[in-house]
Design a protein around this ligand. Structure first.
Ligand SMILES: [Mn+2]
Length: 413
């Protein structure tokens, strides 16, 4: 895209926005500040039904994963953090990793534990982890989480994300109340090991393949457990972890109202936990979610800074770095559009019961092409005008393949 095309579209948009009483520079500054973490498992190919097809030049170790995120940070200016997964990313040399991250201007976002896979630990998680009927298995799962906290402390992380696959496959298999109780007690032990300036982010999910029940199926169950843990435990919303047509923006509003929103895992879905690129299926839903987020922060239901942001998607048929560029762009666009909502007018419509007017206010914001604002925010921060075009023009993947090899495989699912 030629720079003069960008300048023209920005000045046209700026004119329209100021006619609506909006300050373009203020918006650009807000957009520039919004940063989204990238998980360490998102940099290689995920599995499809037909197998896992290597992208080529996938990162071979944690240092190379940081290099990939560093590249995203440099060209998009929309990410400044990595979220690590243990045991997939146990640093061999903590000081080296910290230095590498610092050189790339990357910080360590929430740590992720893993008790949903058997990876050579002494006791199996076949019948669950934190909810297991066997107290030795629960102890092992708790200790794993405490180890993750220790690694995170050394790296400077400030959060632990817990996602459980625990549940049962058939009726009668599990004692539903006991499973919930054991999970809560296990989480209490983990919470007790949490440093004072850390938070615990508790995910929920209503189903898995071949599942009868999950121990933490929804935001309500997650919130109930968090209330029993303490005020630094909050609910993590993963966009794919809902039944079809769930009103996710309502969940967000409810959690913010209770100061219980820990953060987000961004992705998109057609049917369920599809892990598709954020904004590729339901951009209007993403916009409505951001409307609740920006409004909830403006009205001081919960501070913006207390919420964590991360992409949690799977890259099967796209180059992961290209996919992440698209996702970062979509999230920034949804955020930018939410900032355009005429709140006074919307409040007025709500007071007067003007349903049509309220919809018009939202559509006015949603249908505005905010791409010039997002581009300008990126350029003013020192990023590329068009990161995807830059990535292809500079043949980054080809260079990665040359450096790392064609058949390398990043750790992860
Ligand atoms: Mn997730």
């Amino acid at each position: 895209m030629p720079t003069n095309f960008h300048q023209k579209s920005l000045s046209l948009l700026s004119e329209q926005l100021s006619a609506r009483g909006l300050d373009t520079n203020f918006l650009i500054q807000k957009i520039a500040l919004f940063q989204i973490a990238v998980p360490s498992w998102a940099l290689g190919a995920g599995g499809t039904r037909f197998g896992r097809f290597l992208i080529g030049g996938e990162p071979r170790n944690l240092e190379e994963k940081l290099e990939d995120i560093g590249l995203l940070a440099r060209i998009t200016k929309r990410t400044d953090a990595v979220s690590l997964h243990i045991p997939w990313d146990i640093p061999q040399d903590i000081q080296l990793i910290k230095q590498k991250a610092a050189d790339l201007h990357i910080r360590f976002d929430a740590m992720n534990s893993n008790t949903f896979q058997d990876y050579g630990q002494p006791l199996t998680y076949k019948m669950g982890s934190l909810s297991n009927a066997d107290s030795d298995v629960r102890k092992q799962a708790v200790e794993h989480n405490l180890l993750v906290i220790e690694i995170g402390k050394e790296l400077g992380s400030k959060g632990l994300t817990v996602w459980l696959a625990d549940g049962s496959n058939f009726p009668g298999q599990a004692h539903i109340r006991k499973a919930l109780q054991w999970t809560t007690e296990s989480l209490q032990e983990i919470y007790a090991g949490l440093p004072a300036d850390w938070k615990l982010l508790l995910e929920y999910k209503p189903y898995e393949p071949n599942f009868y029940h999950t121990v933490i199926p929804d935001w309500g169950t997650s919130a109930l457990i968090c209330k029993q843990l303490g005020e630094r435990a909050k609910v993590l919303v993963d966009l794919g972890h809902h039944l079809p047509n769930t009103n996710i923006e309502q969940i967000v509003a409810t959690l913010m109202h209770q100061n219980m929103l820990a953060g987000f895992h961004f992705n998109d879905s057609k049917y369920g936990d599809d892990d598709l690129s954020t904004g590729s299926i339901k951009p209007y839903q993403l916009f409505l979610i951001f409307c609740e987020l920006t409004n909830g922060a403006e009205e001081k239901a919960q501070t913006w800074e207390s919420i964590s942001w991360m992409i949690d998607a799977s890259h099967t048929t796209k180059d992961p770095l290209e996919d992440l560029i698209q996702a970062l762009e979509s999230i920034s666009q949804a955020y930018a559009k939410s900032l355009l909502v005429d709140r006074n007018k919307l409040n007025q419509c709500q007071l007067e019961g003007d349903v049509v007017g309220a919809q018009e206010v939202l559509q006015d914001a949603f249908l505005t092409d905010v791409r010039p604002l997002v581009r300008e925010a990126r350029m003013q921060s020192g990023g590329e005008l068009d990161p995807l075009d830059y990535y292809r023009r500079e043949k980054i993947r080809e260079k990665r393949i040359h450096q790392r090899g064609k058949n390398t495989q990043a750790s992860g699912l």
